[in-house]
Every structure is written in C-alpha cells, then in structure tokens.
Design a protein around this ligand. Structure first.
Ligand code: FAD
Length: 393
C-alpha cells in the first residue's frame, strides 16, 4: 500500500467507487480507496433493490436523478463495462388525501425539470400492472424512464475504470484514525499502515458517523435495517410460466404503495419485495427478522393478492443511511480542511452515485460542479432547518 496520496477515499461502495472514477477522469490518479471488507460493494450497495427514479420531491434530487440515470443508461459507452438496466417505469400508488396533494405538486415540479411523469387514475394504474389490486387508491404517478439497474455492475465498473487510470484499491483494511495538524487533514491511519494525504473522502455509508468521530466532526448519519424478500410462485418455476399469467407484472415495473411503503418488482423468474418497519430503531444489526415477514405479507396481499400463496425463497437485510432530513451530505466540512463527506443518502443512494461522485470530484479538483450544494451541505443541520426529501420509501 502506498504511503502518500493526493486523496484517500474511505469506503468501497457505489459512492467511494464513483468518486474514485470521476477523480481519475479529472487527472487526479494518486488516489487510494480503502475498504475494510474483502470485496467492494458489500455494504448498503450490495443489499439494495436497484431502483432508479426521477420521482423525487426536492429539485436537487431530481437534478441528480437526471444526470445519474443518463449515465446509467449509457454506462458501457462512458465507463466501459456493460450493466443490466431496465427502464420499465416506477408507479407510486397513493391512497391518502395528503399524499395525493403532495404528489400532484411533485408532478408539476418534475415536469418543470422536463421529466415525462404522468398522473394516473386507479383504473389506469391497474391496467398497467397485472395482478394489482387498487382498492382504496385515489391516484398514482408513473414515470416510464424510471427503472431498475445493477448495483454491483455500476460499482465494479467505476472501480475497474478508476484502477485502470492508476487509482489504488485496498481491501481488508480498516481506517481507524485521521491525523490533523491544526484544523487540516494530514494523514489517514489504517490497520495496515498510514498514508500521508491532504484530502480524505468519507464514503463510509451507514458508518459515516464513526469516520466523522475520528476527527471530531459530527456527521449525522444513522443506520436503519431494511429487509428484502424474494418470492417464487407457489408451485415453483417462474412467474412467467403460463400457469401464473396475469398474477404479477412481466416487466420490471417497480410499484410502491406509498402509504405502507410496500414495494415490489420482478427479479429474474421471481418477485422482489420489501417494506419499511415503523418499529425499526437505528442500529447495525442486519440479521433477517423472519417474524417481520407475516406483517409484510398482510400488507402485500392487499395490493398484490398473488403474494398470499407465494413461496418466499430467500431474504436479506441491509442498512439505510439516514440523515435527519433524508437528503445526503455532499461536500467539505467547514471545521476541518481537506475533509469531504459523500454519505447519508437515506435509502436512495445507489441511483445518485454517478452524479454525486461527479459533483464531489469536481469540488476536490477545484472545478465548479455547476450544482447548488446548499441542500446537501454538512453544516445545514447546525445552522437551519433545511427542506428535506419527502419521497422516501
Ligand atoms: C434494503 C435496501 C434497499 C435499497 N434500495 C435502493 C434502491 O432501490 N435504490 C437506491 O438508489 N438505493 C437503494 N438503497 C440505498 C443504497 O443501497 C445506498 O444509498 C447506497 O448503497 C450507499 O452507498 P455507499 O457507498 O454510501 O455505502 P456502502 O455501500 O455501505 O459503502 C460504504 C463502505 O464503507 C466501508 N467502511 C465503513 N467504515 C470503514 C472503515 N472504517 N474503513 C474502511 N472501510 C469502511 C464499508 O465496509 C462499506 O463497504 C437501498 C438500501 C437497502 C439497505
């Protein structure tokens, strides 16, 4: 491992790898990315559902989606690695009056950004989605350019592209200290030795707070467990088999029941689904709580009756990286020179990794990122109440 670098990135998830790739493509190649696990992308990145959408309530997130989805759609041409990407749309189902009002506003905002987003009646939503029960749904929003992409492909594509330009990627190495001189970063300490550096990037996802603590900077990111379940048809085989015709969508359309946060999309021959647990408390435990599954099924079968008899073949849990206003932190610390954070994406980070990495790399390279970062500034929590993101699932 090198002992001096222009930039040290802590964390080899989609964020750290995107920053590394964008730095390298700005000519900053004396970079070390440090990951404590044996493989890259095994934190939140390796647990996520792959959903990418333009349908956010905050302009800054919509702008990041436009840039990121354009890059994901052209990933092979830009980064050189093929990835799996299906633009089969996202459908939000709304059953509360307040949600209808909020989403009508969101649709106007998204349209003002040039997004093709449509307001659907319950009947239109049902026509789009085989197997869906729209009882109690008052309206829905649909964006055909939203979709499902491949988190591992994107992360490894960025990592390989960065390595090809000279970035060093070090695995099975933990960052356990950051040395300051005055209020300036000078060295990163790891389980395998120290690296002198003037710039540290905190891309530690749900662990971002503990990296901040190494230099006395409060990075308010809390981990929260989220489950994903995979269901097969009751008699085995695929949901595409003729016996299951019309029970679930054939495409990878991602459907979200916004009131309950139950969501699903097709995954291979199976069906991927999940739901937030209002009783979940912050913590790093990612043990699957099988006692949560019946609660999810109770909700799920009301929207997608085929789930009632489906066989749940496997499940996993991962960590959302929550900030108080559900927007990420991207940018420098105002207390410590050379310390940058890119974390706290609150469960929607995979899809924003391409744009967020580009923006942070521009900042580090001294370029104008051409993006108003004030909604994502680290010091927003201390100085004011920022308007956050409302469309989190
Ligand atoms: C169940 C679930 C579903 C999700 N679905 C979606 C979705 O559909 N769409 C979407 O956009 N997002 C989704 N997300 C959120 C998304 O996965 C995250 O926002 C994103 O992966 C965050 O990436 P990251 O690189 O910041 O964090 P991570 O992928 O967690 O990477 C951080 C890395 O830092 C490493 N690290 C931490 N501390 C240290 C240290 N001291 N030294 C060295 N390395 C360290 C960790 O090992 C880890 O690999 C989902 C998340 C979950 C859990």
């Amino acid at each position: 491992m090198t002992t001096a670098a222009d930039v040290v990135i802590i964390g080899g998830g989609c964020m750290g790898c995107s920053v590394a790739w964008h730095l390298a493509h700005r000519g900053i190649t004396n970079v070390v990315l440090i990951e404590r696990e044996p493989q890259l992308g095994t934190g939140s990145t390796g647990k996520n559902a792959g959903g990418v959408r333009h349908q956010f309530s905050h302009s800054a997130n919509i702008e990041m989606s436009i840039e990121s989805i354009a890059m994901i759609a052209n990933f092979e041409a830009i980064v050189g690695t093929p990835i799996d990407f299906h633009q089969d749309g996202y459908l939000f189902l709304l059953s509360r009056t307040a949600d209808v009002a909020a989403f009508l506003k969101n649709v106007e905002l998204q349209k003002a950004h040039g997004i093709d987003v449509r307001w659907l009646s319950p009947k239109e939503a049902a026509a789009l989605t085989p197997g869906l029960d729209v009882t109690g749904v008052k309206g829905a929003t649909y964006c055909p350019a939203d979709g499902v992409a491949d988190p591992n492909g994107v992360t490894m594509g960025f990592a390989k592209g960065a390595q090809a330009k000279g970035v060093e990627i070090v695995r099975e190495t933990e960052v356990n200290g950051i040395r300051l001189e005055g209020n300036r970063v000078v060295e990163v300490r790891t389980s395998r030795g120290n690296i002198a550096t003037p710039v540290v990037v905190n891309a530690a996802g749900p662990w971002a707070k503990s990296i901040g603590r190494l230099l006395g900077v409060d990075v308010p990111v809390e981990p929260e467990r989220r489950h994903i379940f995979i269901a097969s048809p009751p008699a085995g085989g695929s949901w595409d088999d003729p016996a299951n015709a019309g029970k679930v969508p054939h495409s990878k359309l991602l459907v979200i029941d916004f009131e309950t946060t139950f969501y699903f999309h097709r995954e291979g021959g199976g069906l991927l689904f999940g739901m937030g647990d209002p009783d979940e408390r912050p913590g790093f435990d990612i043990t699957v709580r099988w006692d949560f599954l019946p609660k999810v099924i109770d909700v799920a079968m009301r929207r997608l009756p085929a789930i009632a008899d489906a066989a749940v073949s496997h499940a996993w849990a991962g960590l959302y990286e929550m900030t108080p206003d559900h927007n990420p932190i991207i940018g420098p610390s105002s207390d410590v020179d050379g310390f940058f954070t890119i974390a706290g994406f609150s469960g929607h980070g995979f899809q924003h990794a391409p744009a967020a990495g580009r923006i942070l790399a521009d900042l580090i390279a001294g370029r104008d990122p051409k993006f108003d970062l004030s909604p994502f500034a680290l010091d927003r929590f201390a100085t004011r109440t920022a308007r956050g993101e409302g469309n989190i699932v």
